[in-house]
Design a protein around this ligand. Structure first.
Ligand SMILES: *Cc1c(COP(=O)(O)O)cnc(C)c1O
Length: 220
C-alpha cells in the first residue's frame, strides 16, 4: 500500500478512537485533508482511497490543480483554509465549496456580492484569532459574536461555524475551549479546529471538522 494511503488510514482510525473516547457519535467528525504544496499526482491516491474533502490555503495554488481534479472526481469538496484577499473573492466563490476564513467586513461584503452574482454559495466559517496574535488572521475573540451577527444581518451571509489556528507555542486546549464557547454564544454548531499535532485533542473539545495535512501527505 502507498505510504500516503497508509497514513490516511491511520488518521481515520485515530479520529474514530478520539470520537469514541470523547463519547462522540462515530463519524461525527469530518476529516479535511490539507493538500497545500502537494501536486495533483500526490493527491490522486488519497482521493482514490475514498477521501473527498480537501483543504487548500491559497486561492491561486488551488486554481492550478483543483479544477481538473474536481472534473475527474465528482463529489470532491474543497475548503479554503487560508487568508482571503478581497480581490480574490470572485475566484474563491467559483472554486471552493467551503470558505473557512471570513474575518472582516470587506471580505463579507465581497463574498455577498459574488454569491449573488454567481448564484453559487459556498458554506462559510468565521476565523477567530483565539490567541489575539498580531500577525495572525481572524477576528478578535471579543468581536467574534458581533461579527457573525453582522455577516448575517448586514450582508445576508449564512455562517455555518467558527475556525481557529491556536498559537504555535501554546497548549491548544484553552483555544479550542474558547472557540467552542464563542460558537455556542453565536448559535453555531460547527467547529473547524485541530491539525496534525492536535486533532485528537480538538475532537475532545468538540471539533466537528479537523484539518490534517502533514500527518497524511508527509512533511512539507
Ligand atoms: C497547513 C494548515 C493545516 C494543516 O497543518 P498540518 O500541521 O500539516 O496538519 C491546517 N489548517 C490550516 C489553516 C493550515 O494552513
Amino acid at each position: 500500500m502507498n505510504d500516503v494511503v497508509a497514513r490516511l488510514e491511520q488518521v481515520r482510525n485515530n479520529i474514530a478512537s478520539a470520537e469514541d473516547e470523547a463519547s462522540r457519535t462515530a463519524g461525527s467528525v469530518t476529516l479535511v485533508a490539507v493538500s497545500k504544496t502537494f501536486e495533483a499526482a500526490a493527491i490522486v491516491p488519497v482521493i482514490e482511497a475514498g477521501q473527498r474533502i480537501f483543504g487548500e490555503n491559497r486561492v491561486q495554488e488551488a486554481q492550478g490543480k483543483w479544477p481538473a481534479l474536481k472534473e475527474a472526481y465528482p463529489g470532491v469538496e474543497l475548503h479554503l483554509i487560508g487568508p482571503l484577499q478581497s480581490n480574490k473573492a470572485k475566484e474563491a466563490v467559483a472554486l471552493f465549496d467551503v470558505i473557512e476564513t471570513v474575518d472582516r467586513e470587506k471580505i463579507a461584503a465581497e463574498l455577498a456580492k459574488e454569491i449573488a452574482r454567481q448564484g453559487k454559495a459556498p458554506r462559510l466559517y468565521v476565523q477567530v484569532n483565539t490567541g489575539s496574535e498580531a500577525q495572525k488572521a481572524g477576528v478578535d475573540p471579543r468581536e467574534a459574536v458581533a461579527f457573525v451577527n453582522r455577516c448575517r444581518d448586514a450582508h445576508g451571509l449564512a455562517i455555518e461555524g467558527l475556525m481557529c489556528i491556536p498559537p504555535i507555542d501554546e497548549n491548544p486546549g484553552p483555544h479550542f475551549a474558547l472557540l467552542e464557547k464563542l460558537a455556542h454564544e453565536a448559535g453555531l454548531d460547527k467547529l473547524s479546529m485541530g491539525m496534525s499535532g492536535d486533532y485528537e485533542l480538538a475532537i475532545a473539545f468538540g471539533a466537528t471538522s479537523v484539518r490534517v495535512g502533514s500527518a497524511i501527505f508527509g512533511e512539507r
